[in-house]
Design a protein around this ligand. Structure first.
Ligand code: HEM
Length: 441
């Protein structure tokens, strides 16, 4: 039997804009509607472009496997081209991606990864100390600053924020808002225009740092110094600008996703006292402020790991992953025409009862009963482009939660946390407040 054309369209597309406005306003609801109407394959009309959306692990495997063959990651990510330039490794095509691979891998391995883990531990300890004895912590803003500070210092060097001046964090935040996969990159939207201005200023500042490292290498070398060395060895063209783009992308490196996942993870734990008690138990029967919370200890906290894993399933920050077809392709009985975007959706896949029993409930124990269940989590993508920072994100989240759980009694004040609906990410909506009181030593 010949394959059908595109999956069926979701209802309610408007002339010219299709579902575009609704998708920008509330992408998650749009996806939920598509699934309700048509099940595991449906088509959204974004402007005039029909965009097929595929749900489920088989389609996800196809999508991830075909990337670099019949599907392109770069062609689906105009916003990266706009923010980091056409020779940025993710958008420059498969050959250039391979050429730059050693520099892509470097920050995530060996000494560089160790340095970053130690930095995160120091920042989390400082964060906990600065909270004082009691008070209220707003999770979304509090964690956004902690994670951004760590990312920026890890990849641009310690003391960099002080050096860049009082508005530096604001500039980084404005830049990060330009990493928007949903708003068309050509649209003169105010947040994109602000992001482009912040990008230009930060790129100049990062370029100056690279120049300095070329003239006066840091000893012992930090991550930036190692990247400068590697780029020089590889003769990667236009290395100053390219390197500036790379470190900025690393510094921002999904800080928003990490911070928001951290907020979700703590909120989820606090809403499930039995799970919180299990985490406290595994940290030691009598947790005290002197119990060590370092990367090695935290890596052994299995219950905490499963709890964070469950948060990653329930609240995957990217509701969709995006590619563009390079030719007509056939999948699951549909034909997707050339030069069209195609989405898979971690959010809906994670809610399939055939993959996860009782999918909407928070049950970290499911991964103990069935360790293979975690293989269906798509929050970090998969295949060649699987997130390189996954271990960083997990470690940042576990280190911060371990500090807070060890040091404080915590109570969630906003007891029904919800996702932000407007943006393209499944972020936790603020304010989400936690009351804390320091535990007796
Ligand atoms: C909870 C936090 C995070 C989430 C949910 C996340 C998610 C993702 C996803 C879904 C992809 C693949 C995109 C695709 O296939 O379309 C990706 C790629 C990537 N992520 Fe993350 N990420 C997180 C944290 C980080 C961090 C902290 C870093 C680095 C500091 C990072 C660095 C990268 C890099 C370099 C890639 C590109 C990999 C490649 O194509 O070679 N991520 N991330």
């Amino acid at each position: 039997m010949a394959a059908a054309a595109l999956p069926p369209p979701v209802s309610g597309g408007r002339p010219l804009v299709g579902h575009g406005v609704e998708f920008l306003r509330d992408g998650v609801r749009m996806l939920e509607r598509g699934y309700r109407e048509h099940g595991e394959a449906f088509t959204l009309l974004l402007g005039r472009e029909p965009v097929p959306v595929l749900v489920g692990p088989e389609e996800a495997r196809w999508f991830l496997h075909e990337t670099g063959h019949s599907l392109s990651i770069g062609e689906g990510m105009d916003f990266l081209k706009k923010m980091f330039g056409p020779d940025f490794y993710l958008v420059a095509g498969p050959e250039e991606y391979q050429r730059q691979l050693p520099a892509t891998m470097l920050p995530f391995r060996g000494r560089a990864a160790q340095q970053r883990a130690e930095l995160m531990t120091r920042h989390a300890a400082l964060f906990s100390a600065r909270l004082g004895d009691r008070g209220t912590l707003e999770l979304t803003s509090g964690f956004a600053e902690l994670v951004l500070r760590t990312g920026v210092e890890a990849f641009l060097g310690p003391g960099i924020l002080e050096r860049l001046g009082p508005y530096a964090l604001r500039e980084f935040r404005a830049f990060a808002r330009g990493l928007d996969p949903v708003t068309p990159a050509w649209l003169p939207a105010p947040h994109l225009l602000r992001a482009h201005r912040a990008r230009d200023r930060l790129r100049t500042a990062a370029g100056t740092l690279v120049e300095e490292r070329l003239r006066h290498p840091a000893d012992p070398p930090d991550i930036l110094q190692e990247l400068v060395r590697l780029h020089a060895e590889q003769g990667i063209p236009a290395r100053r600008e390219q390197l500036a783009n790379r470190v900025l992308s690393l510094a921002l490196g999904s800080h928003n996703d990490t911070a928001s996942s951290l907020a979700w993870a703590l909120a989820d734990l606090l809403r499930h006292p039995a799970e919180l008690a299990a985490v406290r138990d595994e940290m030691g029967a009598d947790p005290s402020r002197t119990a060590p919370v370092d990367p090695d200890t935290v890596r052994k906290l299995c219950h905490l790991h499963r709890a964070v894993q469950e948060t990653m399933r329930l609240h995957p920050l990217p509701p969709v992953l995006v590619r563009r077809t390079l030719r007509d392709v056939e999948v699951a009985g549909w034909v997707l025409p050339r030069n069209h975007r195609v989405f898979i959706t971690p959010l809906l896949t994670h809610r399939l009862p055939r993959l996860f029993d009782n999918p909407l409930s928070y049950r970290p124990g499911r991964y103990l009963a069935d360790p293979k269940a975690a293989q269906n989590i798509l929050t970090f993508g998969g295949g060649v482009h699987r997130c390189r920072g996954e271990q960083f994100a997990y470690l940042d989240i576990k280190i911060t939660i371990a500090h807070l759980v060890r040091d404080f009694d915590l109570e969630l004040l906003d007891t029904d946390p919800r996702p932000v609906r407007k943006m393209g990410r499944h972020c936790l909506q603020g304010p989400c407040r936690v009351a804390y009181r320091r535990r007796a030593v």
